[in-house]
Design a protein around this ligand. Structure first.
Ligand code: PMP
Length: 365
């Protein structure tokens, strides 16, 4: 074979379709309502912002590479051993660390059909093969997931609530999934939207991690904590899994301002409760208003809704997306998720929600 005349990425890398983030700008000028990336309308806790700013005078120093203060603060809140916690630059990094520690060429990782796009990217980036499994009613199907397990399966990613569908798999089903998996398969419970789910299931998920050798839960500061721009996430897992991830992570993967803001954010429970209350008030209002104008909405427990459009000329999701953009309402196209006639809309401020509902009402007229 001829010698290569330039560096070539290893097999698989160029098969990855780059992740396309939500739009950040509308075309119409004037007011902008950004409802495209499941960010909170409440901003970050003022205490987190103050803690972040207080770091400005010490930026010449490296952060504590293992984010001890933050792991201790998370541990205090949930009653978890800090040794079993790891922090990352967003839960994206956590998911990538899991993929790179457990998956290599020839290995497979399973996820649900309309699961979060970072899973196939992380798995392919690690050299493995992502296996998408069909859902039932846009919800993870435990039997189908278990049927997809082969001797090459190393990891199963489950987002719960799922993004972009907003659907939720009850803990009994998560337990059944875990019970059916070989012990060598790592079950990743991606709980980016956990704080919006007002039931005890999440404590059960944490309990499952505590009592298993093959379950890890990933969490984020990007959603209810309003710190998406800071890039901060964490995971609670078995000591051996956390150890493997620590061996491959960058030595200073979380910045000092992020650690400080994260500690303040996790301790400001009033702020988090207000954010959850806002969602609890507006999620049903938005769903009710959308259904009242004839749209179908997948039942959601997150801070976003998946909206399905009529299959009629001029009324499909891409038409609605353009119409909304013109009115300053930015939502997310779902083509990359295999849902070309749906849009995902974040629950925003009262004003943003009302603007979106008004625009969609006009669109369907
Ligand atoms: N998991 C899910 C299911 C998500 O929706 C997101 C954010 N879109 C993430 C993980 C990653 O969030 P971050 O990296 O900001 O923590």
């Amino acid at each position: 074979t001829a010698p290569l005349d330039r560096p070539i990425p290893r097999p698989g890398v160029l098969d990855i379709a780059p992740y396309v983030p939500g739009k950040s700008k509308a075309t119409g000028g004037g007011k902008l309502y950004k409802l495209s990336s499941n960010e909170t309308p409440l901003g970050a806790s003022p205490k987190a912002i103050a803690a972040y700013q207080a770091q400005a005078g010490a930026l010449e120093f490296y952060p504590d590479g293992s984010a001890t203060a933050l792991r201790e603060a998370i541990g205090r809140l949930y009653g978890l051993a800090p040794e079993r916690l790891i922090c990352g630059a967003g839960s994206d990094e956590i998911l990538n660390l899991i993929a790179h520690a457990y998956i290599g060429p020839g290995d497979e990782a399973i996820y649900s059909e309309h699961g979060f796009l970072v899973y196939p990217i992380a798995v392919t980036g690690a050299g493995g093969t992502p296996i998408a499994v069909k859902e039932k009613n846009l919800t993870a199907d435990v039997d189908a997931l278990l049927a997809a397990v082969t001797e090459r399966t190393r990891v199963l990613f489950l987002a719960n609530p799922n993004n972009p569908t907003g659907t939720y798999l009850p803990f009994d089903e998560v337990k059944r999934l875990h019970a059916g998996l070989p012990k060598r398969v790592l079950l990743v419970l991606d709980a980016a939207y956990a704080e919006y789910v007002r039931r005890n299931d999440y404590e059960s998920g944490i309990e499952l991690v505590s009592t298993s050798e093959n379950v890890i839960m990933a969490r984020t500061f990007s959603k209810i904590y309003g710190l998406a721009g800071l890039r901060l996430g964490w995971a609670y897992g078995p000591a051996a899994v956390i150890d493997a991830m620590n061996r491959i992570r960058g030595p200073f993967n979380v910045s000092a301002p992020a650690i400080a803001a994260g500690v303040a954010a996790i301790e400001d429970r009033d702020f988090t409760a207000r954010a959850a209350d806002h969602n609890e008030e507006w999620l049903p209002k938005v769903v009710g208003a959308l259904e009242a104008i004839g749209l179908t909405v997948t039942p959601s427990v997150g801070n976003f809704v998946l909206i399905h459009f009529p299959d009629a000329a001029g009324k499909r999701a891409p038409d609605a997306d353009a119409f909304l953009l013109d009115r300053g309402v930015v939502v997310r196209r779902m083509d990359a998720y295999g849902l070309p006639n749906a849009l995902r809309m974040t629950i925003g401020s009262a004003e943003a929600n009302e603007a979106a509902i008004a625009a969609l009402t006009e669109f369907l007229r």
